[in-house]
Design a binder for this molecule. Structure first.
Ligand code: AMP
Ligand code: MG
Length: 503
């Protein structure tokens, strides 16, 4: 289908993106067409030119008035009627029968120049039928956090939704205090959540599951299309992707904060950046969300919660798996059993890569666990400690600089001797190993205090730090000598920054 000339483009402008209606064509009751609500005095605070190119937007569009209007919810884009979708979810373990895009609108579906499919979604774009009593807005603080984190995770090679631009405004939005409204344009192949299936399953509307699942297969798992067992196939794939995603989070010290099933992507993407955090000092019990008092979503719980969430997805899709309920349960159980195996394989591999070990040997899991326990006991900085391992000389006696940041030296020194011995058996030289390790152990992550500094500047009208962090985090594995201070141990007050669900 050809795109009608975008309504917001200047007269005579060429079509911007091939426009399609894929998810939106599911229609009611999955999707409601609802206009966006423009923000007052919008300002393009940041534009992600790299992503724009990937999806097929000309970089020059950032300077166009129509683009700002489109990205601030001021009218439909290219004739596409904005749409919001309904879902449900288990929030902190409790089923909530109706949630949905309460402040998000799909504003375009397209195919990029390389054939990849994309959906563009505004977040903070006004009330929808799924807003309940909330205002449909997002504040600048949380929008910056989502914008930076999506791109930081992408640069780390972790599956995630992306972010095209950040729009700030003068519109007052009341949270604990009055803040200002903002919008992020999120971009992903699709935004279907575990909770989309839960919505229909728990209402007993089993016949509504298939159209959603067929959409997923057709658009996102075409390799399974036409197969009689296509639903089992995509559910297996999502279960294994989720298991591998959990391993990727653990390996960079990323804590999601709100691992509710409505925040879990049916494409295996990291989705909905709320009170997330990259750990500074390692603490296996770390809870990044101030609201999560029981620590349900603590760092060390994430893999088990990911597993449980998959069990909820499989429960909600039982009617797709077989007509006979017992047979469906048997299929779902077999799929769910893939999770621990996929997680263990991915996690062991990830830790081994972080230690620079090419092949896995018998004692390696113990060697890995001992190092993690040493960091945990002294709350040594997670990112710096792993990055510092690359400087360990396999044949040397001199302590690596990393040792100065380790508290548990009684554990570390004998571990270092064993690690060196193990490295000598690797058969590659130190330089090659260090180069390899530096592609998996990032130097720069989006530490809370860095995001906070960017937020405070932005709230005062200066988006320079947002831009600097975007540039920095685009290359998290590179040394970037001029940016060294961003890799420093955070100041003590960083430990007191509280992030909650307020957004
Ligand atoms: P979250 O905690 O951001 O994952 O949101 C949970 C649910 O509340 C989702 O259905 C959101 O769409 C909805 N929601 C959160 N904040 C707002 C808001 N300010 N206005 C409308 N809906 C919201
Ligand atoms: Mg959410």
């Amino acid at each position: 289908m050809n795109l009608p000339e975008p309504q917001l483009a200047p007269a005579g402008a060429p079509p911007l993106l091939p426009a399609q209606r894929r998810f939106a064509s599911l229609g009611a009751p999955y999707v409601a067409q609802v206009p966006t609500a423009p923000l007052a005095e919008p300002q393009l605070a940041h534009f992600n030119a790299g992503l724009a190119e990937e999806i097929g937007l000309a970089p020059g569009c950032a300077g166009e008035a129509w683009f700002l209007r489109a990205m601030s919810g001021d009218g439909a884009w290219g004739g596409y009627a904005p749409a919001s979708s309904v879902y449900a979810g288990h929030q902190f373990g409790v089923f909530v029968p109706q949630l949905g895009d309460g402040r998000a609108h799909l504003i375009a579906e397209t195919t990029g120049p390389d054939g990849r499919r994309w959906e563009l979604q505004l977040k903070g774009s006004g009330r929808t039928p799924f807003s309940r009593f909330a205002d449909g807005r997002a504040v600048l603080r949380s929008s910056i956090r989502e914008y930076l984190a999506s791109e930081a995770m992408h640069a780390l090679g972790i599956p995630t939704t992306r972010a095209l631009c950040l729009v700030a405004s003068s519109e007052p939005v009341a949270r604990e205090t009055v803040e200002t409204g903002a919008m992020v344009c999120r971009v992903a192949p699709g935004f279907v959540r575990f909770g989309h299936f839960e919505f229909f399953y728990y209402r007993g509307q089993y016949e509504r599951l298939a159209p959603l699942a067929e959409h997923l297969v057709a658009e996102h798992f075409p390799e399974f299309a036409g197969r009689a067992d296509r639903h089992a196939a995509w559910l297996t794939e999502v279960t294994e992707r989720t298991a591998r995603l959990m391993a990727r989070w653990q390996a960079v010290g990323f804590c999601h904060g709100v691992m509710n099933t409505d925040n879990f992507s049916a494409l295996g993407l990291t989705l909905d950046y709320g009170p997330y955090g990259f750990m500074d000092g390692f603490d296996a019990r770390h809870i990044c969300n101030h609201t999560d008092q029981g620590g349900r979503y603590a760092y060390d719980q994430q893999p088990a919660i990911g597993h449980w969430n998959c069990s909820r997805l499989l429960q909600a899709t039982l009617p797709l798996l077989a007509e006979d309920p017992q047979e469906a349960v048997a299929i779902a159980t077999a799929i769910l059993e893939r999770f621990p195996k996929a997680y263990a394989a991915a996690m062991t591999r990830a830790w081994a890569d972080k230690l620079g070990l090419i092949e896995l040997r018998d004692g390696d899991p113990e060697l890995i666990n001992r190092f993690v326990a040493i960091l945990d006991r002294g709350h040594s900085d997670f990112t710096r400690s792993f990055r510092g391992l690359a400087q360990v000389r396999s044949d040397g006696e001199a302590p690596p600089p990393l040792r100065d940041e380790i508290l548990d030296l009684a554990g570390f020194d004998p571990w270092l001797a064993d690690y060196r011995q193990r490295l000598r058996g690797e058969g590659t030289d130190d330089a090659a190993r260090a180069a390899r390790m530096n592609t998996v152990n990032p130097k720069y992550v989006l530490r809370n205090h860095l995001a906070q500094a960017a937020i405070e500047q932005a709230q005062a009208g200066d988006f320079g730090e947002v831009g600097r962090l975007m540039q920095l985090l685009r290359r998290p594995f590179d040394e970037q000598p001029a940016m060294e201070h961003y890799a420093a141990v955070p100041p003590p007050e960083a430990a007191h920054i509280e992030v909650s669900c307020s957004s």
